[in-house]
Write a new protein. Structure first.
Length: 271
């Protein structure tokens, strides 16, 4: 079995399953997420959005595994060229679990897949236990993109709720600065797709009307590293801990992968 991974989430799942040996090709984003791939001499291909049938045919994989976001036209061309494709489109934590099972079945690691899922559930349950007795659930605006403003995905809402918060808005929906200003969230968590931890918090906090937000006035505007919240893989457990740290630092302390905008609007890295 030779697998071409077109998204970091796929490579991260294979890593947790102990089956990186099946990879014959991956993207540069996969290498960034799983650094040990850099030493394996894999062919580097483009991702689910921009890959072509030609570059994959040159690799001759037994299976191409893609995940959101992807272009249907790209996957259709790959299928037409004769490459089997497993296309994943998770929306919820339950979907992520199912994807781990699917990849585990393909990779011959069914039992290990269940162990990985159990580990994710245990991490989430532990955070839920720690916040269960807290007297207040802050209203949280989670932003996946800044132009236009887009609410984070459904699994992020589930993580916010597990961390003792209330998710503002509809997951994945487009919104406006005015709508967020009217809702007046107590915390803002920005994790822009593809931006790593480079969300410009000063510009974000300076949006029209946002100077009056409780989140801005109290210095509760955060950047959470993109890969912790936008990659549907077991690493979402790390994203949960980052959210919990932002919402309830008195319980969870500080956490890596977060930058916070202090009251003077100076981003400070928490480590």
């Amino acid at each position: 079995m030779k697998i071409a991974s077109l998204q970091p989430s796929v490579s991260l799942i294979l890593e947790r399953l102990g089956r990186l040996d099946l990879l014959t090709a991956c993207t540069r984003y996969c290498v960034a997420a799983v650094p040990q791939l850099a030493t394996r001499g894999l062919t580097i291909v483009r991702d689910s959005w921009s890959t072509s049938a030609e570059e994959l045919l040159a690799v001759r994989p037994d299976l191409v595994i893609a995940s959101v976001p992807y272009r249907h036209e790209s996957l259709a061309a790959i299928l037409k060229a004769g490459c089997p494709v497993l296309a994943l489109a998770p929306h919820s934590l339950a979907d992520v679990e199912q994807d781990i099972r699917l990849i585990g079945a393909v990779a011959g690691a069914v039992e290990r897949a269940e162990e990985v899922i159990d580990g994710m559930r245990a991490a989430i349950d532990e955070v839920r236990r720690q916040v269960a007795g807290l007297p207040h659930k802050p209203l949280v605006y989670c932003e996946e993109w800044g132009k236009p403003l887009i609410h984070s995905q459904r699994w992020v809402r589930e993580l916010v709720e597990a961390a003792g918060g209330v998710f503002l808005g509809e997951p994945g929906a487009v919104t406006t600065p005015e709508a967020i200003a009217e809702a007046d969230p107590e915390a803002v968590l920005a994790a822009w797709c593809g931006a790593g931890d480079r969300v410009p918090l000063e510009k974000l906090a300076a949006r029209p009307g946002w100077e009056h937000l409780r989140a801005v006035r109290q210095g509760r505007v955060y950047c959470i590293a993109d890969e912790l919240l936008n990659t549907p893989a077991p690493t979402l457990a790390d994203g949960l801990r980052a959210i919990a740290s932002a919402l309830h630092p008195e319980v969870f302390g500080t956490n890596g992968g977060i930058r916070v905008l202090k009251g003077n609007r100076t981003p400070v890295k928490c480590v």
